[in-house]
Design a protein around this ligand. Structure first.
Ligand SMILES: Cc1cc2nc3c(=O)[nH]c(=O)nc-3n(C[C@H](O)[C@H](O)[C@H](O)COP(=O)(O)OP(=O)(O)OC[C@H]3O[C@@H](n4cnc5c(N)ncnc54)[C@H](O)[C@@H]3O)c2cc1C
Length: 403
């Protein structure tokens, strides 16, 4: 049974929500915290690239939410439809309302599939796939594994998106699979990115430039996907030239891996909780160091929803959630939030089956390697870290609030 008011309400039971709940529970009593999320399942999304290439069953990336919600934390299995930061209440899909003293927003982000014209009804069919959604992972795996040659086109939308490396990780895995299946010689691979470079940080971008050159992959910069013509098998791009002029260009494909633009859910983006101007417009307005809301001191944010200039990953959440918990407890005790997030994020860039370049960095692109090795070199040990060790740490340590 849920109560009408909680000391702490956590919205979203993904990577950030569960980790915060688990750690916070150690300092608060039973039923002082509730977590709200309608989803029966909890996904470990970082393995969707590997599953989406057909290299592991997608079922290995999912667990039941009921087995992950910490004991003593109430689970309200509903969708939040509105937040009123003034009356300190949230409205649920059942028309119920729940009050809070403190709020943690961890609702992740929204994939804007509807912004790709002509895509509706064609995702997972007719050569169009994506590893960005659990129910699409098997279709992507089948299309990549069964590919018989032609043009394989991989799309990277404008940032911010979650795991900005994933649109090319799946491409390198696919390229490896085409080689293994003997169809690479009759396959042309293109990477159409809305950005100006392969990655936002020169150390990694330069190394990736060399990799695409060596693998005969054609990068197409400043190409922003606007639609698809599924019947003609053409992807439609807005291309910006060197003078900033935008023109339309259609590219024929046989296989198209799409990634949509992303935003915070309207529950945030269309309210006073969001950043109102600039690069972070529409994302949750929190301080980039303390993760406390800029307007409402009893609200914190964690994970993909936050409007901060970092890179949106589970690795970022791993660094953020202990800071949110410490700062939240400080504010509850009438103190200032003093713990600071340094912008750390990590993108284990899969460059082929069995090798990963471990890109770790903080605010302003500062390199933050965990290991004393050249971070731009793909290594076998990082593949095992990504594929085998990090998932174990996620389920058994991070989601238990242990690190
Ligand atoms: C293909 C892919 C590859 C990735 N690779 C990596 C990687 O290699 N390394 C890495 O670190 N990260 C990676 N990520 C990113 C990582 O998964 C996310 O950054 C991380 O899950 C963010 O955590 P979160 O808690 O902010 O959001 P999520 O984990 O997405 O959780 C959000 C939760 O909020 C809930 N929710 C949403 N709206 C509402 C609402 N209205 N009411 C209640 N609940 C709501 C959802 O049901 C969900 O449970 C990848 C992601 C993808 C898709």
């Amino acid at each position: 049974m849920s109560k009408s008011t909680y000391k702490v309400l956590i919205l979203g039971a993904g990577a950030g929500g569960i980790s915060v709940a688990a750690r916070l529970k150690r300092s608060l009593g039973d039923s002082e915290i509730a977590i709200i999320d309608p989803s029966e399942n909890h996904f470990y999304q970082p393995l969707w690239t590997i599953a989406g290439a057909g290299l592991m069953p997608k079922e290995q990336t999912v667990k039941k939410q009921k087995d992950l919600i910490p004991n003593g934390v109430d689970w309200i299995k509903e969708k939040v439809i509105a937040i009123d930061p003034v009356t300190q209440r949230v409205s649920l899909s059942s028309d119920m309302m729940v009050g809070y003293d403190f709020l943690v927003i961890a609702t992740g982000l929204k994939l804007n599939w509807e912004k790709i014209e002509g895509l509706n009804g064609n995702l997972g069919k007719n050569g169009i796939c994506s590893v960005y959604q659990y129910d699409q992972v098997d279709a992507a795996a089948k299309m990549i594994q069964d590919f018989q040659g032609g043009v394989a086109l991989f799309v990277m939308p404008p940032v911010p998106i979650k795991c900005a490396g994933a649109p090319q990780k799946i491409m390198y895995l696919a390229e490896n699979i085409f080689r293994d299946h003997g169809v690479r010689h009759k396959t042309q691979i293109q990477f159409a990115t809305a950005g100006k470079a392969m990655f936002g940080i020169p150390t990694f971008s330069n190394a990736l430039d060399q990799i695409v050159k060596d693998r005969n992959i054609e990068p197409l910069f400043l190409h922003k996907l606007s639609g698809v013509d599924a019947e003609k098998k053409e992807a439609i791009f807005d291309v910006t030239d060197s003078e900033g002029k935008v023109s339309r260009k259609n590219i024929k494909y046989d296989l198209l891996h799409v990634v949509p633009t992303m935003s915070a859910h309207p529950l945030i983006s269309e309210t006073s909780l969001a950043v109102q101007e600039g690069d972070q417009k529409g994302w949750l307005a929190v301080d980039k160091m303390t993760l406390q809301h800029l307007k409402y001191s009893n609200i914190f944010g964690v994970g993909d929803v936050t409007g901060i200039p970092n890179s949106k990953t589970g690795a970022a959440v791993r660094k953020q959630y202990p800071i949110v918990v410490k700062n939240l407890l400080a504010v509850m005790n009438g103190q200032m939030p003093v713990e600071k997030y340094d912008g750390y994020s990590s993108c284990p860039l899969i460059t082929e089956i069995g090798k990963v370049m471990l890109a770790e960095f903080g605010y302003e692109g500062k390199l933050m390697p965990t290991f004393p090795l050249n971070p731009a070199v793909p290594r076998k040990m990082y593949w095992h870290l990504k594929k085998d060790l990090l998932p174990v740490l996620y389920w058994n340590a991070m989601l238990k609030g242990l690190g």
